[in-house]
Design a protein around this ligand. Structure first.
Ligand SMILES: Nc1ncnc2c1ncn2[C@@H]1O[C@H](COP(=O)(O)OP(=O)(O)OP(=O)(O)O)[C@@H](O)[C@H]1O
Length: 250
């Protein structure tokens, strides 16, 4: 279980996060959702250990990790641009992080992750020859072979379109379920957050606007910001299509 307690962060004189507290249960998928500049990536980086906080605590399975360096936290992230090595092929990318972790993951286990993500036909391809969805799956496999205690994903769907997006969404859900892996996802898209997560943390200008299940957020938005940000954006999408096609759009 991950507990964030009273996390605050400033850049120069600007408050970026103020007094963020929440608890995430083991195996849950939680989205950090908010507009551009609201502090989502900063919070993700603080959990990862990449950014420092001025105040607050990070407790994971009853252990205080607040001053534990990134490498010793055992959390892993998939960055928005995947950060894969273009000169290596897909398999070499997947196992790259294991070089200094002898014995962590057997070849048999590596093959299981590869099967799970249906990457077998692509292993010898260079990164440049892969589609966006295939790159995302290689990035996920590379992270899973490290057996992370917590999986962090920064905008995992933003570079993907349509059907590929839906298939990666399903993968992320099945990874969390299959490996009981607590997963935290940054997104600015309400639809993604609502369809992917067990819980959503809505951030507005560094403050928690609401933390709840998708159903709670839809049925009981706790303030005007949540209403506007979530329901407003979804309504605009519906209206745009309705205006074009009228009653033909069910
Ligand atoms: N290294 C930095 N130095 C100074 N200010 C920063 C730095 N990183 C982020 N900020 C500021 O902190 C605020 C929050 O940024 P952050 O990247 O966390 O937001 P975000 O919600 O992830 O936005 P986006 O969706 O655009 O990525 C912004 O106002 C940003 O300008």
């Amino acid at each position: 279980m991950l507990k964030l307690q009273n996390i605050s962060k400033h850049y120069d004189n600007k408050v970026v996060l103020e007094d963020i507290s929440l608890s995430i249960q083991a195996g849950e998928i939680v989205s950090l959702l908010g507009p551009s500049g609201s502090g989502k990536t900063t919070l993700l980086n603080i959990i990862l250990g990449l950014a420092k906080m001025e105040q607050g605590k990070i407790i994971f399975n009853d252990q205080d990790l607040s001053n534990v360096p990134m490498k010793k936290r055992g959390f892993n992230i998939v960055f928005q641009d995947y950060a894969l090595f273009p000169n290596l092929n897909a398999y070499e990318n997947i196992v790259y992080g294991l070089k200094n972790k002898k014995g962590l993951t057997s070849e048999h286990e590596i093959q299981e992750y590869i099967e799970f993500l249906e990457l077998k036909p692509h292993l010898t391809k260079k990164i440049g020859a892969l589609s966006g969805g295939q790159k995302q799956r290689v990035a996920l496999a590379r992270t899973l072979v490290m057996k992370p205690k917590l999986l962090l994903l920064d905008e995992p769907l933003s570079a993907l379109d349509g059907i590929i997006k839906e298939s990666i969404k399903a993968r992320i859900k099945s990874i969390a379920r299959e490996y009981k892996l607590t997963t935290i996802i940054v997104t600015h898209d309400p639809e993604e957050a609502l369809t992917l997560s067990d819980k959503i943390l809505i951030i507005n200008q560094g403050h928690i606007a609401q933390f709840g299940t998708p159903q709670e957020i839809i049925q009981q938005p706790s303030n005007d910001f949540v209403k506007e940000f979530i329901l407003g954006q979804l309504q605009v999408k519906r209206d745009n299509i309705y205006n074009l096609f009228g009653e033909h759009y069910a």
